[in-house]
Design a protein around this ligand. Structure first.
Ligand code: NAD
Length: 490
């Protein structure tokens, strides 16, 4: 049976029991992909189910051409969709989520999106626009003003097309109209995601109007957060299994692991839903939780994915079940990531790390190595390079992190160990792949790319560890290289 408002009573899976007509939009979300639908939208749905947060319904906004598909899929089923939680024992737990009540594809009517963002009823503007969506230059850490889409929005006099242009225009209208400022809540995997959002939005606004930038830094709040739930790209198998096992026909369901976590800074400009009632930890300082997650889970994923791909793995759980890979990732976590972490209140780090390897190995998630390898130039500098820098500064170990960077460099050559082509999905692929291919004769070519690595190639300790690993990858292959590195066989 197709998912829609009308069929809800007949669907044989849990569905919203609240009246969606009573729910009004209080949150406008940019980047409605898999993760938002498995995480924030689920938390709001839980609140609605408890009879709370009726003024905190979500309107999604898409700005990129790829978002047209989401708009159509959601519109066809009254913005309802199925979230399937996949438990390690093979149990599937589907539920239809009702918290997204509207969706706008911004290029269709940017003016309407700006007005929605400027409306007093919109009190939170949230974002999962990927790590690259913040348009930060890795070498300077500053907002990339030269980006063509940003230049268009700044100079063309035409309606805005980017998240920066749309949100800033709305903030300008709020200021003119004497309205309250909203909260801009980033839920992307970036260290200090709130602080980064603050920086890019105020930098963009400053280019338009310095007074507006002042108003934004004074009134808009940008909470930091740590978000955690592994959410793979939805596959055709998920769509058909949902139909076969539960008789639910959904154009674009989302499947995610059952584990979830959200630690959110108490920093809101105009109220927030009572998220603590549905398991969100509201804290004064998110930093220790963020570092833990980014440096163990996210950087751990990078530790796994390139070696795994080169060894022939295509699914994350299969790779994580290989003791050599699991041992390597755990050793990176213990000897290089953990020493850079602050104490994390209420968390047993040893247990967290053990659970992480178990989560990676969950066969029900069927996450792909390709997803983890995508957009590496946005990920490695944000997740792994800070660990390396800190260890270089304190005299800590960098051998395993250097090997992870080398495994990316080897992967970026675009040919695997069997001579088969690798599709390198990265917005910098056109520059990275040719550079990586030069490293057979010039071993430090890849890390000399200062846009990605800053001045890391100047550090001899790092370069020695890196060139050793790259050399081993070229001469002996991924498996043999891992065997040479200190690991912790499970
Ligand atoms: P997705 O590909 O399903 O969705 C990404 C969304 O971001 C799309 O709507 C896309 O159009 C939009 N987007 C990308 N670049 C943009 C830009 N420059 N401007 C505006 N919109 C842009 O990906 P996802 O799985 O939903 O993950 C999105 C982000 O969520 C991740 O990059 C990460 O920061 C965070 N996250 C994901 C997971 C996960 O397991 N998938 C877990 C924790 C956090």
């Amino acid at each position: 049976m197709r998912v829609s408002e009308q069929t809800l009573p007949e669907l044989g899976v849990p569905v919203p029991s609240y009246r969606r007509d009573d729910v009004s939009v209080g949150i406008v979300h940019f980047g409605v992909g898999g993760f938002h639908r498995a995480h924030q939208a689920m938390y709001v749905d839980r609140l609605l189910e408890q009879g709370k947060a009726k003024e905190w319904g979500i309107c999604g906004v898409g700005v990129l051409p790829g978002d047209r598909r989401m708009q159509e899929a959601l519109a066809a089923q009254d913005h309802l969709y199925t979230l399937v939680l996949t438990h390690p024992d093979g149990t599937w737990e589907p539920r239809v989520i009702g918290s997204i009540v509207d969706y706008r594809y911004a290029p269709d009517d940017p003016e309407a999106v700006v007005e929605l963002l400027a409306a007093p009823s919109t009190r939170i503007i949230s974002l999962t626009v990927t790590e690259g969506g913040y348009n930060i230059r890795h070498d300077t850490g500053e907002f990339d003003v030269d980006d063509p889409a940003v230049q268009h929005d700044l100079r063309s006099g035409e309606p805005p097309t980017t998240v920066f242009g749309l949100v800033t225009e709305a903030l300008a209208r709020r200021r003119e109209r004497g309205l309250r400022a909203p909260t801009v809540m980033s839920c992307d995997n970036i260290e200090g995601n709130g602080a980064v959002a603050r920086r890019v939005f105020t930098e963009y606004a400053r280019l338009l109007d310095p007074d507006l930038a002042e108003w934004i830094s004074e009134h808009v709040r940008f909470p930091n957060s740590m978000v955690d739930r592994i959410t793979p790209v939805t596959t055709d198998e998920v769509v058909s299994a949902l139909s076969e096992r539960f008789d639910v026909q959904d154009r674009w369901p989302v499947a995610a692991e059952s584990f979830t976590s959200w630690v959110l800074e108490e920093a809101f400009a105009d109220g927030r839903p009572p998220l603590e009632d549905v398991g969100v930890q509201i804290v004064d300082d998110v930093a220790p939780y963020e570092l833990m997650k980014l440096r163990l889970l996210n950087a751990g994923h990078q530790g796994l994915c390139y070696f795994a791909y080169l060894m022939g793995y295509r699914l994350v759980h299969e790779a994580a079940q290989d003791p050599l890979l699991a041992g390597f990732v755990r050793a990176y976590m213990d000897t290089e990531a953990t020493p850079t972490l602050e104490p994390v209140p209420g968390i047993d780090l040893d247990e967290y790390k053990t659970t992480l390897i178990e989560r990676f190995a969950n066969p029900e998630i069927r996450d792909t190595i390709a997803r983890l390898c995508a957009e590496s130039s946005d990920r490695i500098p944000k997740w792994l390079v800070p660990v390396i820098r800190e260890n270089l500064a304190t005299g800590g170990h960098v051998q395993l992190s250097a090997a992870i960077v080398a495994s990316w460099a080897r992967y970026a050559e675009g040919v695997d160990e069997q001579g088969e082509p690798i599709e390198v999905v990265d917005r910098l692929a056109d520059t990275l792949v040719p550079i990586a291919r030069r490293q057979l004769t010039h071993p430090t070519a890849f890390i000399e790319n200062t846009e990605v690595f800053g001045d890391l190639a100047q550090n001899h300790r790092f370069v020695d560890a890196y060139t050793w690993a790259l050399d081993a990858l070229h001469n002996d292959g991924a498996r043999a290289t891992l065997k040479e590195l200190p690991g912790e066989p499970e």
